[in-house]
Design a protein. Structure first.
Length: 348
């Protein structure tokens, strides 16, 4: 192995690891606060990339129908719950959040889609369309059984994955798309050339890690998330709304997923089902590092990406995915809680 080849593989590993680290952070966040092993995390990646691709092609993305459908279901569920609880005065606020705001975003997508707006508007519309899917999915699929065991929540997450994947096929079709890179150009460091898009991806991963740290340490919402992660019952006793925490977590997971999709879509072709393997590897990275540990998730992401790149280059590309899961098995055999994780027990 020459030094130049090793640098190229290391660059690819860091780049892929940054994407995995972003999604692993989302997995850790969701699991720590809601106990949901969020299998559909990768769907937000594909939805983000393919929605942006539709805008770049001058089309209105069909994902608007899924957003509208889920918004309508949530309105019915919340409306019935408010009426039964005799809190009818909350109906206008609920309708503004769950009906009016999504309707405005859908209308903006219909208006701007065929007009090929500026790249920034396309990205903002993509984020505005996909992020609400996180809270909607939580309200419909997980909130009614929030106190269930991890096993049941995991089964529901698998079901949600297949539903969203099917919706992706209906919305975008089986063809793959690649979005335009957000930044063109290359930078040279000695004998190594790095694309500006790659630096943007790594920088975004670092920025999200810093923003999440600031959120958890210095904001009321972040402290509510931390309190829920430490003791759900105690958080409820002091007035922290568990449904609010769940919706916020999945909104953050959707945001991280759509940003990852927008960034990754500029480097590789994304299909409607590409998110599953991407999200699965990110979850493996979180497990390898320690499912409740943010630093461990980042470490696991870099390790998984490095093994994937070097293994594919020097052994067999056909076994590229196998290497990832071999690392998972090896780490769990040595330390079941992950590299930086602590052993926990689940009450059923």
């Amino acid at each position: 192995m020459t030094w130049d080849i090793a640098l190229i593989l290391a660059e690819d590993g860091i780049l892929t690891g940054a994407i995995y680290a972003l999604l692993a952070l989302a997995s850790v966040l969701v699991f720590a606060t809601t106990r949901i092993i969020f299998v559909p995390q990768g769907e937000f990646v594909t939805f983000g990339a393919l929605t942006l691709a539709a805008f770049q092609l001058g089309q209105t993305p069909n994902i608007i129908y899924l957003v509208g459908l889920l918004a309508a279901i949530v309105c019915v569920m919340d409306g019935v719950a408010l009426v039964r609880a005799r809190r009818v005065h909350r109906l206008p606020h609920m309708l503004v959040v769950n009906a009016l705001l999504p309707a405005l975003v859908i209308a903006a997508a219909i208006y701007f889609g065929p007009r090929k707006p500026a790249a920034l508007i396309q990205i903002l519309l993509t984020v505005a369309l996909i992020v609400p899917l996180g809270p909607f999915v939580y309200r419909i699929a997980f909130q009614p059984v929030a106190n269930a065991s991890v096993r049941l929540l995991f089964v529901i997450a698998i079901a949600v994955h297949f539903v969203l994947q099917g919706a992706g096929l209906l919305s975008f079709g089986p063809e793959g798309f690649r979005v335009d890179p957000l930044i063109d150009g290359q930078l040279t460091f000695g004998t190594m050339t790095v694309s500006s898009q790659a630096l943007l991806i790594v920088g975004t991963g670092i920025a999200f890690a810093i923003l999440l740290y600031l959120l958890f340490e210095f904001t009321v919402l972040g402290k509510a998330l931390r309190a829920t992660a430490v003791n759900r019952l105690g958080a409820r006793i002091v007035g922290i709304s568990y449904p609010m925490v769940g919706k916020l977590c999945l909104a953050l997971a959707a945001l991280i997923g759509v940003i990852s999709g927008i960034l990754a879509g500029g480097l590789t072709t994304i299909y409607y089902d590409s998110g599953f393997i991407i999200g699965l590897k990110a979850f493996v990275a979180a497990v390898v590092g320690g499912i409740g540990n943010v630093r461990g998730a980042a470490l696991g992401a870099v390790m998984i990406a490095g093994v994937e790149q070097f293994g594919a280059a020097y052994f067999s590309t056909k076994l590229q995915d196998v290497y990832v899961f071999l690392i998972l098995i090896a780490v769990l055999l040595v330390k079941p809680s992950g590299l930086l994780g602590r052993a926990v027990t689940e009450k059923v």
